[in-house]
Design a protein around this ligand. Structure first.
Ligand code: APR
Length: 393
């Protein structure tokens, strides 16, 4: 049986940052990743990094690529039937912008630096289950690249393998999972088209939400609220662009730059939180710990924050014998997670048509939404609060 003090499941932002920090802290660790290296380094996901994420990466000398190629971004534009308004959130609240840096670049940077430091990653190695989490010698059952079954022994297992990973499947019976299905879905698109706005665009329309997010000068992300159950192929490219034009009020504010749709996918908005994040020798971080809807760009930023907290706690325990550090990890991380969940729910309610609500209720919801947007348009203190919450984790 192979072994490491900390076996990390998953080579996403959470797992790879944790691996970098543990390696620097002199802790023996290994990363087990289900997919291959190319997939890990090319999977397009989020791209908006919070100021705190930058501070964390800077603190550990891991932000070089980000400073070189990331672009500061601090404005969003809300479009509604009543008109549009822009919030320069980078100059509001704490006056801190986001940095746009595609998540696959960050993951590549973290992977490169970990491997250069002599770190171990086993690609195409799928964790099947974590056993004996109630003891100090947990094991991980894996399927290796050649299909052989094997086991790893650890002192701790860090579950950074997302919502469908082995860590969640291995939680003891009775673990609390606070869950909410928002009933809302997005058709997410990556278009080979230059951005049409110099800001993040949030369009609130009777037909549903539409979003615009610049990725690079050549590529733009778009989102369309769609019916639950929509399949990725249901909408033709023509329908997608027409619908984006309608919902983004192109007739009033100018047409969008069209281009080839490179990728499309449907996300159903669900949120959940596992509580606590420590179950004996199994610890959760990133999507494995909590799923957050993508409306406020919090997922990857929370993953980075949790990875740093978890690294500190593991080093405190393994290198300095502070065994309570890992319990503190769960409490600390959950505070941040619930704060992010709260803001994400506020964003969901601000931006979306309520799915299938009775007429009276729907009118009530729409009126609240208009009032919320009007307050955001006119109240400086509301704008400051928005900026702080939007960029904060
Ligand atoms: N065994 C090994 N690896 C696994 C397994 C498994 N059973 N299941 C999943 N993985 C791997 C995935 O292939 C992936 O590389 O775990 C990794 C999890 O990475 P992410 O999904 O990126 O999760 P995380 O590191 O928690 O990042 C969080 O970034 O963009 C956001 O929406 C994203 O919120 C998410 C965030």
């Amino acid at each position: 049986m192979q072994s490491a003090d900390v076996v990390i499941l998953g080579a996403g932002p959470a797992g790879l940052l944790l691996a970098n920090l543990l390696k620097r802290g002199g802790i023996d660790c290994v990363v087990l990743e289900r997919t291959d290296r190319t997939r890990v380094q090319t999977r397009a996901r989020a791209g908006f990094l919070a100021p705190n994420t930058l501070r964390i990466l800077d603190r550990h000398g891991l932000a070089e690529g980000l400073h070189r190629n990331g672009k500061q971004h601090g404005a969003c534009e809300f479009r509604t039937a009543e008109g549009r308004f822009r919030l320069d959130y980078g100059n509001l609240g704490r006056r801190e912008p986001h940095t746009v840096y595609p998540q696959q670049y960050l993951v590549s940077d973290l992977l490169t630096s970990y491997l250069e430091a002599g770190g171990r990653v086993h690609f195409e190695t799928e964790a099947l289950a974590v056993h004996d989490t109630g003891t100090t010698r947990p094991t991980v059952a894996v399927r290796e690249a050649d299909g052989r079954l094997a086991r790893w022994q650890a002192r701790y297992v860090a579950g950074c393998d997302g919502r469908h990973g082995a860590a969640r499947r291995s939680l003891p019976p009775g673990t609390v999972r606070h869950h909410r299905d928002h009933g809302i879905s997005w058709l997410g698109l990556l278009a080979e088209a230059p951005p049409s706005l110099d800001a993040v665009g949030y369009a609130v329309h009777d037909r549903g939400f539409a979003g615009h997010m610049a990725r690079t000068p050549e590529v733009t992300r778009y989102y369309l609220q769609c019916e639950r159950g929509t399949a990725t192929g249901d909408w033709s490219d023509g329908r997608i662009w027409d619908e984006l034009d309608t919902r983004m009020y192109a007739a009033e504010h100018g047409p969008l730059h069209r281009g080839r749709i490179l990728e499309r996918g449907v996300v159903d908005f669900e949120s959940d939180v596992i509580e606590p994040l420590r179950h004996g020798s199994l610890l959760l971080a990133g999507d494995a710990a909590s799923l957050i809807s993508p409306s406020a760009a919090k997922g990857a930023n929370l993953a980075v924050l949790e990875a740093e907290l978890l690294a500190r706690a593991l080093i405190a325990d393994l290198a300095h014998g502070d065994s309570e550090a890992l319990d503190r990890y769960s409490r600390q991380a959950l505070e941040h997670i619930w704060r992010a969940q709260e803001f994400s729910l506020w964003m969901i309610r601000l931006l979306h048509r309520e799915p299938a609500a009775p007429i009276g209720e729907s009118f009530f919801h729409e009126s609240l939404r208009r009032s919320r947007l009007e307050s955001l348009r006119t109240s400086r203190s509301h704008q400051d609060w928005f900026a702080e919450s939007y960029t904060g984790v």
